[in-house]
Design a protein around this ligand. Structure first.
Ligand SMILES: [Zn+2]
Length: 72
């Protein structure tokens, strides 16, 4: 099953809070809120913790239609 990444970001242009999920990996996935597109760069391992996914997400703001990009 695909991993679901929960995201909360702020639109660069209008300042709206954008909340949603992005899909990482293959398999079934049902978005919650906005459906961000995600491209993975890699994984970060922190000692004693679960590895975190690193990548770039993009979303078109539903408020002002500006495309926002974030590194997570
Ligand atoms: Zn916006």
């Amino acid at each position: 099953m695909a991993e679901k990444l929960h995201l909360t970001v702020k639109c660069h242009a209008c300042g709206s809070i954008l909340k949603g999920t992005a899909k990482y990996g293959k398999g079934s996935y049902s978005p919650e809120g906005l459906d961000f597109s995600f491209s993975a760069i890699g994984r970060i391992k922190e000692e004693g913790k679960k590895s975190k996914v690193k990548g770039e997400v993009s979303i078109i703001c539903p408020n002002c239609t500006v495309r926002n990009k974030y590194i997570i």
